[in-house]
Design a protein around this ligand. Structure first.
Ligand SMILES: Cc1cc2nc3c(=O)[nH]c(=O)nc-3n(C[C@H](O)[C@H](O)[C@H](O)COP(=O)(O)OP(=O)(O)OC[C@H]3O[C@@H](n4cnc5c(N)ncnc54)[C@H](O)[C@@H]3O)c2cc1C
Length: 393
């Protein structure tokens, strides 16, 4: 039987929504174009051989910390952080941060890291929801019929028995929904979308950057600095972290060091077919000057990743995402962004779009808020009384 809800994308928004929708008693299925969960909260696992060989180290290529200014009494976030820390998915991050930390520090701010890598948060939500996930499935279009929405998938995607649902929720970056880039959707479903929504979506912009993870054998190279993470305000290299220490992952035999480029380098090389050698060479040469204490060229392995859609630079309707946004604990306070928007509605089908571009902040809590708003839309569509009734609206 076709599920009631199809969620496109197993990033943090899609996986949180899967759990919320499942808790509401809905039947849910997730389609994800990659082989694993996490999206922009991706974790790379370094091995010496193929996937059957042991993981020697992990490295978070995208999001680095979960930062919260929320009260532990917040009706949604309080129990969620407790659940994630009780399960060992998140631990408090207390390492030294050097340089101009854009995420702030102070007694009202708590930072968390994920010992097994950021992708483990999305994995935890999916496992807890026990929803079926189809991996390697790239959704290309949504076809509306009288009763349902049918999903059309890429030619390289595995064949699927059911591609229909009552509601489809898209969570991928907005520019992909609008048809840009390799995994862009064809967009016939957007013909139904309200012009005001389209115009607000067209304003969305993302920054771009590169991530490079270096892997060193701990028996040969040790970390020479007191800090765990260092931000830089100039040059191609803007962030360096002892990733293994940041995550408190003492058992990994290799040391992972993670480096993020600045946005200017990401934007400059964003559309090049093979930007990796240039980006890696520029970043390594700068690392050798900035931090000569580490033998960068002696790394046993490295992984270069391009974030074409990194954080949201301009959000839905021109909203400027705010890293210091705090999800109001009360119902009355208005949010600067809707969290979730409707793409189409017919007698049989509903199409929603959510994710960090529709949220007030391009971060973990922005995504949770967005998933929560999508769950509210599902509750209203299916007329269900959700278990989350006491949450802020
Ligand atoms: C370099 C970097 C650093 C960051 N640092 C932080 C940080 O320190 N703290 C923080 O809180 N946030 C940080 N962020 C932001 C945070 O990672 C994002 O806000 C968040 O991960 C967005 O989640 P999402 O689920 O909305 O979207 P995504 O993570 O983009 O998830 C969308 C999913 O949809 C899938 N998909 C795309 N197209 C299709 C298709 N056609 N069919 C099927 N599936 C598809 C993708 O593979 C992906 O898994 C950072 C991001 C980056 C890139």
């Amino acid at each position: 039987m076709a599920p009631q809800v199809l969620i496109v994308g197993a990033g943090i928004t899609g996986s949180m929504l899967a759990l919320l929708a499942k808790d509401m008693g809905l039947s849910v299925r997730v389609l994800e174009k990659s082989r694993g969960a996490g999206g922009r909260m991706a974790t790379h696992s370094f091995r010496r051989g193929d996937r059957s060989t042991p993981i020697l180290a992990n490295a978070d290529l995208g999001a680095q910390y979960i930062t919260t200014r929320s009260s532990p009494e917040h009706p949604f976030l309080g129990p969620l952080y407790k659940r994630l820390t009780d399960a060992g998915i998140l631990i408090p991050f207390t390492g030294e941060v050097a340089g101009p930390n854009p995420y702030g520090a102070g007694s009202d701010i708590r930072h968390f890291a994920a010992p097994k890598g950021m992708r483990s948060i999305a994995e935890y939500f999916l496992e807890s929801s026990s929803v079926a996930v189809d991996w390697g499935v790239a959704v290309e279009d949504l076809v509306l019929s009288e009763k349902e929405v049918a999903v059309s998938i890429g030619a390289d995607s595995p064949k699927m028995a059911d591609t229909r649902a009552n509601v489809v929720v898209l969570t991928q970056p907005v520019l992909q929904v609008l048809g840009a880039s390799k995994f862009g959707m064809r967009g016939s479903f957007l013909a139904q979308t309200d012009e005001k929504v389209m115009s607000a979506l067209r304003q969305v912009e993302y920054s771009a950057r590169f991530a490079v993870a270096y892997f060193f054998d701990k028996s040969e190279v040790s970390w020479p600095f007191s800090w765990t993470c260092h931000y830089f305000d100039k040059g191609d290299v803007r962030y360096v972290a002892h990733d293994t220490a940041r995550r408190g992952a003492k058992d990994e035999p290799f040391m992972a060091v993670l480096v993020h480029s600045g946005v200017p380098l990401g934007m400059k090389l964003a559309d090049e077919e093979d930007p990796f050698p240039t980006a890696a060479a520029r970043m390594q040469s700068e690392l050798e000057q900035k931090l000569p204490e580490l033998p960068w060229a002696a790394a046993e392995g490295s992984k270069v990743h391009k974030w074409k859609y990194s954080q949201v630079y301009i959000g839905y309707g021109g909203n400027k995402p705010s890293p210091s946004w705090v999800w109001p604990a009360g119902a009355a306070e208005a949010s600067p962004a809707p969290g979730c928007v409707e793409l189409f509605r017919s007698d049989g089908g509903l199409g929603l779009l959510c994710g960090d571009a529709i949220a007030p902040a391009s971060n973990f809590e922005g995504c949770l808020y967005s998933a929560y708003k999508a769950a509210e839309a599902l509750r209203s569509h299916f007329g269900k009384c959700a278990v989350t009734d006491d949450l802020p609206r």
